[in-house]
Write a protein that binds this ligand. Structure first.
Ligand code: NAD
Length: 352
């Protein structure tokens, strides 16, 4: 394992360290980014994705680990932000040997990075990796798959948003366009349909669409290129990052953006543009924190408790209501306000 210099990346943001993890014999190439551990050892999922270049993979690792620092701070979690990235197509390159080797490397870090599943890894993969290292969370029978909990926190945030922004007391008649119906997106669709929302979906993978259509007949399917400009009250990005960018911001029809994806804003300035347009942006790292809150509970001294997890996830609704009120009061984008609040927490705690 080798520490690499990332100071010349625009996403650098004073990252503490980035480690390259390689094993040529089995084709493992991975990066572990640790953004900030002021609040505690870094935590963040591991993503396996077919990045086109190493630069793209490192940039993603930097952005995602930074978001974890902010997510921990605003969720009251005493952990720092980190992220693991394995380069490769999970459908082709993911072998048991590869994930075991990755897990052994995580173990060598001695607990300075704790990880679990993200895009491209599954609960089953985590159980295999757990055999090689204790520094994994999301164990079957305990926290398990974090995605339904991430979807639950997104759902609570949507509730807060429609109450504040649309004066709606229920999802009856509220329309939601969900981009990406994988683990988080499909759980969110379940919650929305149950609550009476009108749901439209898009995914680049037809198999994911089919799974939803087998469960529900009254769901509209939209082309992935059009879902952000679909005429719905809420746009819910639940695929990868960067869906709110210079181009899409001009085309959005929704009044509210609230989804599970990490790093939805392509640049921070896009948050200001949403604010100016009167579109409520429910900050991604607040909305999807339920997944983290769930897995981090395994680290509690008294052991994992689903009741405590659900109680903590419900608190996110108050966090987002506060954020909406403060952003309106100060006329500052929700994304800027959340960043300021998070920075205060992780910088203040480090000086305490
Ligand atoms: P996933 O891989 O299960 O689902 C992502 C889905 O998005 C897939 O079905 C994929 O085909 C689809 N997709 C990809 N690109 C697309 C595009 N351009 N247009 C339409 N669909 C597209 O991943 P997931 O675990 O559901 O994670 C989704 C997002 O939520 C990620 O940004 C992830 O970091 C974030 N997140 C996940 C968790 C979790 O517990 N899994 C927790 C918090 C945040």
């Amino acid at each position: 394992m080798e520490q690499i210099d990332v100071k010349n990346y625009k996403e650098f943001d004073n990252h503490e360290r980035v480690i390259k993890v390689e094993d040529d014999n089995i084709g493992l190439k991975a990066y572990i980014a640790i953004h900030n551990s002021n609040l505690g050892p870094a935590i963040g999922g591991t993503r396996m994705y077919n990045y086109r270049t190493e630069k793209e993979a490192i940039s993603d690792a930097l952005n995602l680990s930074k978001a974890m620092t902010y997510k921990c701070a605003l969720s009251g979690i005493k952990q720092g932000g980190g992220k693991g990235i394995i380069i490769g197509d999970p459908k082709i390159d993911k072998t048991e040997e590869l994930i075991r080797t990755y897990a052994k490397k995580i173990d060598e870090l001695g607990g300075s990075f704790i990880t679990g599943e993200d895009v491209g890894l599954s609960e089953e993969d985590v159980q295999v990796m757990f055999e090689e290292s204790n520094y994994f969370v999301g164990k079957s029978g305990l926290a398990g798959d974090p995605s339904p909990f991430a979807a639950q926190s997104v759902f609570y945030c949507m509730q807060a948003a429609i109450e504040d922004y649309m004066r709606a007391t229920s999802f009856d008649g509220v329309s939601v366009a969900v981009k990406g119906v994988g683990k988080v997106g499909s759980s969110l669709v379940d919650l929305l349909v149950k609550a009476g929302a009108k749901v439209a979906i898009a995914d680049i993978d037809d198999a994911q669409i089919d799974k939803i259509l087998r469960r529900y007949s009254n769901i509209e399917v939209v082309h992935p290129k059009d879902i952000h400009r679909f005429n719905a009250d809420i746009f819910a990005p639940c695929a990868l990052g960067g869906d709110i960018n210079d181009k899409t911001v001009l085309e959005l029809k929704a009044k509210i953006i609230c989804g599970g994806a990490n790093n939805q804003l392509a640049q921070p300035e896009v948050g200001d543009r949403l604010h100016k347009k009167g579109i409520l942006y429910v900050v991604d790292y607040v909305a999807n924190a339920g997944g983290l809150i769930n897995v981090v509970d395994e680290l509690e001294e008294e052991g994992y408790s689903k009741e405590r997890v659900m109680m903590r996830i419900q608190i996110i609704k108050d966090t987002i209501k506060n954020l909406i009120a403060l952003s309106e009061d100060q006329d500052i984008a929700t994304s800027r306000f959340a960043d300021m609040m998070a920075k205060c927490i992780f910088n203040k705690d480090s000086n305490a």
